[in-house]
Each structure stands twice: as structure tokens, then as C-alpha cells.
Design a protein around this ligand. Sequence first.
Ligand code: ADP
Length: 400
Amino acid sequence: MSNAAYQLLEGTAEDTAVPIPANILIVDDDLAYAHLVSRYATQQYRYAMIDICNNSKEAIDHCLSKQYDVLLIDYNLPDLTGSKFLHKLQSEIDDLPPPAIVLTAEGGASAAGEALRANAYDFLPKQLVNRDSLGRSMKNAIIKHGLQRSIRLRTIELEQANRTLQEKSREIRDFYQTVSHEVKTPLAANQEFVSLVRDEVLGPITDEQAEALDYALASCNQISTHFNDLVEMTRLDAGKVTLHKKWISVACLLKRTMASCARAIEERGTNVVVLPCDSEACDLHVDGDRIIQVLSNLLSNAIKYTDPDGDIEISIDNNDITIRFCVRDSGCGIDEKYTNSIFNRLYQVTEMNHEHSGAGLGLGLSIARELVVLHEGKIWVESEIGIGSRFYVELPRLKM
Ligand code: ADP
């Protein structure tokens, strides 16, 4: 689009603030008609520069060497139809091509449809072309083209912003991963040394010292869990988590889940029961470690959010197609309005009045959901404040 196209027309109220075309290209092998159109165009836009050519090749050369504000194209060019010309023009020009109005002596609705599909801005039967109809059509084409151009520029800006955000997000992921790895090793060493002192391997300690070291160990464990969650989240984001699926029995999954939470169960003193059922005998084709990670997360949350005198139950239900694990607790429960959000990253129920609220990072359930989805399964919760929660994990069953 040449600069002059956005000059404002002074004069009649109707035309105020309307862009005017400065450069117009007419492509028609009927030179007499081309000159007639040129006259209509100059009657409408006195200062417009008009070029005329009679075939598509020349027209494309013109468009590559000069910026036109409007193209007026005969539908039946000697070497191409108007629509094919527009397609060709589009493939030759990197930018948005100038707006084109297709003029035709015959052709009817199908030619009009074809031209509009080829991104013509308008289609005018030649017998209806006059100063006013051509002026109106050119004005509309320029306005529409201006809008398309700003949408295109906006899209380019948004794509650029998106790329920048992706880049930033990758940097943040890399940063999390590096920091986590850098912290984990000294943290593990720290845990080891504190344990040595706590277990009196290096000499006797007082009860008071033992208690202080227990706190230190619990804090180390908490930091380590947070870092593990952060690393896991960044690995999931980067698509670096691949499942290593093998056949594993439900009984084994449950046993290992219970083992991974044994310490928490013992420390909290809550009663956890695995309800016996036939499904325990069935095998699943899953990444066992990942499913145990999901179930352990549900179980450790249940332990966290249930008072020691409450109870927790794990049950399984299956049919030919799916198997469903349920971790039920009689804990504080979750308000229905939060039951979807808690699976979102970093989400924690702020209104929760519980000793453990805010203790985690709010990543556990979002990681669990991503792992379940990777297994083509579903995870959800049913809960009632003051009564407790039931977290369900449903996985597809494959036949052996
Ligand atoms: P967090 O590390 O905060 O526990 P999660 O993603 O595991 O992160 O859980 C998100 C939020 O969901 C928790 O902060 C808590 O508010 C709520 N929540 C999860 N499990 C339970 C549960 N069994 N009972 C009550 N609230 C729960």
C-alpha cells in the first residue's frame, strides 16, 4: 500500500476520512475497456496514478516493482483467469497482495464465487461498472484491505510475542531444573549428616537435640519434595516424561503405594485401609512408578487433610474396559466450587482452615492429572466440606 492511500479526502461529508488510492493497476487485454475504466477511476480519484497492462505476467512484474493500492482485473485474461492470476500473485508476493476487484463481461455466480475464493475483494459485471460503482467498490476494497493489513500486523506481533513467551518459559523451566539439581545434592548430603547425628551414630544426644533434629529432617524432606515436584513439572512441560509401560498387578501397585506412604501413616497415626476386592488380581499395562506416584500423592494428601482419628480407605472397582481407584478420606473436604481448580498448577484452596493448608506448592494434583492423562485416564474428586473427599483415578484396561 503506498503512503498516499491513507491521505484523507477533504470535501464532501460522505468521503471525509476515507483513504484514497494513489496507485491503481488495470489489467485487461481489451485496451478500449481498460481506458474507460481508467477514466472512471480518475473521475473518482483525480490524482491517482494509473498503469494499464494486458496480461498476467506483466501485471505480476508491475506488482513486484511498485506498490499498488487497488488492482482492477479482467476475469478473462489472455493467459490466465482472474482467479488464477490472484493465486499466482499471492504466491509471488511475501506480503499481503494489494486488494483486487475482478471485472467481467460474463461468468455469473460461479465466476464470482471463484474470484472471491481467490481473495478478490469484489466482483463487478462490466455492464454495471461506472464512476460511482467503481468508486464505491475501490473505497470498500481499500478499507477492507487496511483492516486485513492491521489484523495481519497484529497477528505477526502476537506470534512474535508468543515466541518470546515460549522462549522465556523455556528459560524459566531450565532455571528451575538447574536450581533444583544444584540444591538437591547438598540437600541430600545435609539429610544424611543430620540423620547420622539424630541416630546417635556420632555420639549420644539429648532428647531436646533429637527433637530439634527431627524438625530439621522434616524440613529437609519438605524441601526435597518441593524440588522433586518442580523438576517433575518442568519435565512434563518439556514433554520429557515418557512412560515405560509394563504389566503390573493392581495388588502390587497398592502394596507399593502403601509402602511409599508408610512413614507418613505412622507419623500421623491415621487408620488407612485397603478394601479387599477381586480386582487386585487383575494386571494393568501402565508405567507402574508413575501410577504409584499418582496414588501416593492422593494418599499423602488424604493423610495430610484428615485428622489422626479419621479414616482413609482405598478401594478399586473394575469392568472390562476400565479400572477405577478411589482414595476416600473423612478429612476436612473441599468446597464444590474448588473441585476442578485444585487440579490446576499451583492451586491451593486459600479459604481452607486446616493445619496443612498452604504447606505444599499446589503442584501434586496437577502433576497427578498430567500423568493420568498420559495414560489416557481420568482423575476427579467428589467432596463435601466437613465430611471428606473421594479422589478417583480411572485407567483404561488392556487385554493381555
Ligand atoms: P498441595 O501440595 O498444596 O497439597 P496438591 O496439588 O496436592 O497440592 O493439592 C491442591 C490443593 O487441593 C491442596 O492445597 C488442598 O487445598 C486441596 N486438597 C488436595 N487433596 C485434598 C484432600 N484429600 N482433602 C482436602 N483438600 C485437599
